[in-house]
Design a protein around this ligand. Structure first.
Ligand code: COI
Length: 354
């Protein structure tokens, strides 16, 4: 993308990259040298800048702290085998960020601002993009309300930022999930489809209860009856039953996942039967009991594919087939990795070269 915006740059005096063990990267704890910032004032994004990664200074009354007016995104950059930097489907993230922003009364970030900021930041911190198999640079764009005002109203001032961190895998092992039948992540008309900070905070307590029972995550169900499965923890959920890929249809309570869309697109391209529809708890439990549930997995940017090894429901644990036997999720993970590393053809135009 052509640089048409003025973004000032102040670089670090000394990079921290030598402190990082790229063969052993924990998820989300190590940040690259630089970050991007833009401030929204008087109806426009101003003071576009890249500067060393450092702590922020905020007014204690900043509305984001009290009322959670904040949205974010997650996407990844990779190095192809030939050393080229590539970002996976960034325009889809730019578009979803603005859908989330609209729901939270946050001003939109123009796509060209999102893309130029991202590209410039990645060029400066190019050395931070891992080239080991399975590793990547996780990119976290976010916008939050900055007004120094304790009353409730949409803020007049905002900050848009992008930080990045080299990451390894999000889950170190296949996950055990519990079907949630008391608490709710999202209700019709709420903010479930948005990547809004508060959605994640509200999910922490029920997830903690499940963790105390030995599960890693929850399978969220609909708010009204807890009858239909919606998402898996912080990811979209997918099942393979009798060789058909089944996933809850996108709606106001479900995040429109970009990894979800990529998986569904590849499955259809391979001629697999795909159903995007309501998925009832009863259907999944029955399929787990009679052995037709061949696979269950979460799909999201951070984890890509998170295999589910066990589903808990009403005090009973259902163990699913061995991970090595799962044809589809293993194949799709491999196919996505091959596209991202430039080893196989980018048939759908998902890679954005920097
Ligand atoms: C992602 O998958 O990118 C997310 O935003 C989930 C978060 C828990 C890391």
């Amino acid at each position: 993308m052509l640089d048409t915006l003025e973004i000032s740059v102040k670089k670090v005096e000394k990079s921290r990259i030598e402190e990082v063990d790229f063969n052993n990267i924990p998820f989300g704890r190590i940040y690259s040298d630089h970050m991007f910032i833009a401030d929204y004032k008087d109806g426009e994004w101003t003071d576009l800048r890249i500067q060393p990664y450092e702590n922020l200074s905020l007014a204690p009354a900043s509305s984001v702290i009290h009322y959670g007016q904040s949205v974010f995104e997650g996407l990844k950059a990779y190095k192809t085998k030939s050393g080229q930097t590539t970002i996976f489907r960034p325009m889809a993230n730019a578009s979803r960020l603005n859908k989330s922003a609209e729901r939270m009364c946050i001003p939109e970030v123009p796509e060209e601002l999102f893309m130029q900021a991202l590209e410039k930041l990645l060029k400066i911190d190019s050395a931070w993009i891992p080239n080991q198999n399975g590793n990547s640079l996780y990119i976290r764009p976010f916008i939050f309300a900055m007004d120094d005002y304790i009353g409730i109203k949409p803020s007049d001032t905002y900050r848009f930022m992008i930080i990045t961190c080299p990451v390894g895998s999000y889950y170190s092992e296949p996950v055990k999930v519990k079907i949630e039948s008391v608490y709710t992540r999202a209700a019709k008309g709420g903010t479930g489809f948005a990547k809004a900070a508060g959605n994640y905070a509200g999910a922490l307590y029920p997830a903690r209860l499940a963790q105390k029972q030995g599960y890693h995550q929850l399978l969220w169900t609909d708010a009204k009856q807890h009858k239909y499965i919606e998402e898996s923890g912080t990811m979209n959920i997918m099942f393979v039953i009798n060789d058909t890929l089944i996933t809850p249809e996108i709606g106001s309570t479900i995040l429109n996942g970009i990894t979800r869309n990529s998986v569904v697109t590849l499955a259809r391209d391979w001629g697999m039967q795909v159903e995007e529809r309501k998925v009832s708890v009863d259907e999944i439990i029955q399929a787990a009991k009679d052995g037709t549930l061949q696979e269950a997995f979460g799909a999201g940017t951070a984890a890509t594919i998170a295999h589910i090894k066990l589903i808990g429901h009403e005090g009973v644990d259902y163990t699913l087939p061995a991970i090595e036997e799962r044809k589809f999720s293993n194949k799709v993970l491999k196919a996505l990795d091959a596209i991202k590393s430039g080893e196989s053809e980018d048939k759908f135009g998902w890679l954005h070269m920097v």
